[in-house]
Each structure stands twice: as C-alpha cells, then as structure tokens.
Design a protein around this ligand. Structure first.
Ligand code: NIG
Ligand code: FE
Length: 421
C-alpha cells in the first residue's frame, strides 16, 4: 500500500480500543511490541509489528521511533484555557489559609479573572490563549476542550466563543468549545442569581448557539456547562439552564460535587449529559447511577492537588460501578494552573489509585468519549485520525511513575509534525 508516512521501530505502541472502556475494562491497552504505524491522508491505516509493516508498505516519509513508546495524542476534555491575567497572589492567600470559596465570595477568584477578560478584544483573547495551547501540544495534548465562563455577560461570552472559533481554525489541534455562562454570578447580579439565570436562559443560550453556528457551520456541536456548587449555581438553577440548553440542541456537561454535593451528578445522569466533571463529594447512589449511564465521569486530580486538598474523585468505586472514567487537566488560573495531561496521569496514579494503563485509557479514548469524539480520536486503531505522540520511555509503565519532566519527543496531528523535536 502507498503511504504518506511510516513510523517504525518503536519500543511499543499503546493502541487501546476503538471504543471507550467502561468499568473494569479500563486499562485495555492492546500493546504492540516493536511497533510500526502507517499513515495515509491523515488517518491511521495500519498498526502492527515493525518487521511486518516495513515489508508490507512503501512510504514517502519514515520516522524512526527507536527507544520510544507510541501513544494516541492525549485528549483533555475539561479546560478553562482562555483567560486574561493571572491569580498567583490568590495562591499565596490560600497558602496563608483562605479557602477558594471564601475568595470567590469576597469578589475575587473567578470574578477577578472576569474583570480582566471582559476588557479584552477577540484578538487579545486569541493571543493570550495560543501559547497555552502550544504548551499543551508540546506536552502531548492533540485534542482539547475550551470553556467560556470568564465573560459572564452576553457580549463578553460571545467574544470568547469567537476567539475559540479562531483558535480552532488556526491551531493544529482539535478544539471543542463549551459555553459556560453559568460559571459564577457576575457582580452586576450579585445577590440576584434568579435574574442572571433568567438572562442565561432567555437570551444567552439561544444567542450563543446561533452565533456559534454562524461562526462554525450549522452542524457544529456546542456543549454547555454549569458550575453547580454552593456560592455558584443551585441545583434548581442548574436544572433550568441544562434543560433549556438541551431543548435548544446543546450537549450537556456539569461541574458537580467539586466541594459540596448539591445533587448535580444525579441531575446529569437524569438529563443524559455527555459528562459529569470533578465528582469529589459524589454519593454512593450517584456513583451507581453513573455506572449505569452513558454519562462519562471526568476526574480532575489537578484541582484538589492545586488547592492542596486531600479529597479526590473516588475513581476505584466509579470503575467498580461500571462507569466510563476519564481524566482531564481542568487547566485554569484559579485551581489548576497546569496544562499537562502527563501530570494529571501522575496524580491519578497516586491519589485515584489508577494503574498507568488505566490512567492512559482515561486520558485518551475515554476522554474522547467525554467530548463525543471517540469515533475520531483517542486510540491508535485503523480509521482514526493520526494524532500520536512519541514518549522517550522504555515502556508505558513509566508514564505516571515519572513526573515533573516532559516525556514527549514529538507530536503528530493528522500525520503532521506539530510539536517538539
Ligand atoms: O473547575 N470550579 C469552577 N471552575 C474552575 C475554576 C475556575 C477558576 O477558578 O478560575 C474549576 O475548578
Ligand atoms: Fe472546571
């Protein structure tokens, strides 16, 4: 077969499975030792032993991957990668003992990022975000989600959507947008959450979807998300927003149980959300409900770590219940200022008690399922987009075990070199 590219002589290829991995199936790696992978027209057309593929195919270009492990590019299904300013001083306040929720209640936290983000043009939002996406790529992330949520008024939220659309077109990554006007109650509605929810439901949700389709085409998917938490949006508010969004044609996501359990996870399952994210204070009943649903359970270990908290997602219980468990970075300036999925994997192995194999599947094929993209990315299987990374490690067991250095040697997106080396 005529090929565009043959990658050969890899120590191993971690192929995973075409479909997401539920419950105890998590960690099915389908390893190929001494591996090669063939690419044509940006897609994977063959994977197998190097000796076999080298005899079988003629390729215009070849990459020698000796000493490397091949993996699908990481999929990061929960980020707040677009913002202006930084919150480094808030980190120092937390070290001194103030909590995240206290800082938000006093008008800091998310709201201080909102003040700065509102003042930015679309071009400024794009240029602030681009280097962060480049760093994500350099750390092996080839698909990511970006949420709005630092505008919190119609015009500012629409500017964020437009900036995400521009990055989609100009960055060599797959980017999925999520509309998050319900990230915090903005200052102008302080003490009147009902009025802001009326605005979201009546004006912001329909206008944002129309704008998104003007920008990206009629079929372009858009997710919506709500921060269901004490001090942010109540369960009743969350239900109103998600139900309205669903009827308009959004796919649903939720921030549930990050600090307190308001019932957001049960609601997400009830409404058929694509994912429920954070899941720290989640009840046994809700864990069972997730296990019986198609809602992906997204754990964000960078967040408790970033906040120096000791409670993490009960991942083993979720796996045992049969849930589809995914990992994400939650990359944001407040709770998780880290763009690396390698770090999320290292934390998940320690605090969620995942094996490296489980964490790898959670950060690739299952993470793709949280974005409805598992049919295109997330595994090294024939027909998927040729998004893959080479890690300078002798075997996949080193991922998660090692941390604090970037193990990525090179990154390919749709068969083209887009990062490092
Ligand atoms: O997922 N919890 C809400 N959103 C983010 C934090 C965003 C911020 O602090 O700026 C999170 O942790
Ligand atoms: Fe978040």
């Amino acid at each position: 077969m005529r090929l565009d590219l043959l990658i050969h002589s890899a120590a191993e290829a971690v192929c995973l499975t075409e479909a997401p991995q539920r419950g105890p199936a998590l960690g099915t790696l389908n390893l190929v030792p001494h591996a090669a992978l063939a690419v044509r027209d940006g897609l994977i057309v063959d994977v197998g032993p190097s000796a076999v593929l080298r005899r079988k195919h003629r390729a215009e270009r070849q990459i020698d991957a000796s000493g490397c492990v091949l993996l699908p590019g990481f999929v990061d299904p929960h980020t707040h990668a677009m913002w202006i300013g930084d919150r480094a001083l808030e980190f120092e306040q937390r070290i001194a003992g103030r909590t995240y929720s206290e800082i938000l209640a006093a008008g800091g936290g998310i709201l201080s990022t909102v003040d700065q983000t509102r003042a930015a043009s679309v071009a400024q939002l794009v240029e602030a975000t681009r280097p962060r996406l480049r760093r994500m790529l350099a750390h092996g992330t080839t698909t990511c989600e970006i949420k709005t949520g630092y505008g919190l008024d119609l015009d500012s939220e629409l500017r964020m959507l437009e900036a995400i659309a521009r990055l989609q077109r100009s960055m060599p990554m797959t980017i999925q947008a999520t509309f998050l006007p319900a990230h915090a109650i903005p200052r102008e509605h302080a003490g009147q959450p009902d009025a802001y929810v009326d605005e979201i439901v009546g004006r912001m949700l329909p206008r944002a979807l129309t704008r998104w389709r003007e920008l990206c085409g009629k079929e372009a998917p858009l997710f919506v998300d709500v921060f269901c938490e004490k001090g942010a949006f109540s369960l009743a508010h969350t239900r109103r927003i998600l139900e309205r969004a669903r009827s308009l044609g959004y796919r649903l996501k939720i921030h549930a149980d990050e600090f307190e359990n308001l019932g957001g996870t049960a609601l997400a399952v009830d409404l058929g959300a694509a994912s429920a994210d954070h899941l720290v204070a989640t009840s046994k009943r809700e864990i069972a409900a997730l296990g019986a649903s198609s809602t992906v359970a997204v754990a964000l270990p960078g967040t408790p770590f970033g906040l120096a908290q000791s409670a993490y997602t009960p991942a083993r219980a979720l796996i045992q219940a049969g849930a589809t468990l995914a990992l994400a970075s939650d990359f944001n300036p407040g709770t998780s200022p880290c763009e690396s999925m390698q770090m999320a994997i290292a934390l998940a192995c320690r605090y969620l008690r995942l094996t490296p194999a489980e964490a790898i599947a959670a950060a690739t094929i299952n993470a793709a399922a949280a974005l409805d993209l598992a049919h295109r990315v997330g595994s090294l299987t024939v027909g998927k987009q040729a998004d893959l990374i080479a890690l300078e490690i002798p075997s996949h067991h080193h991922l998660g075990y090692r941390y604090g250095t970037n193990l990525v040697k090179w990154v390919l997106r749709a068969g083209k070199r887009v990062g490092r080396g």
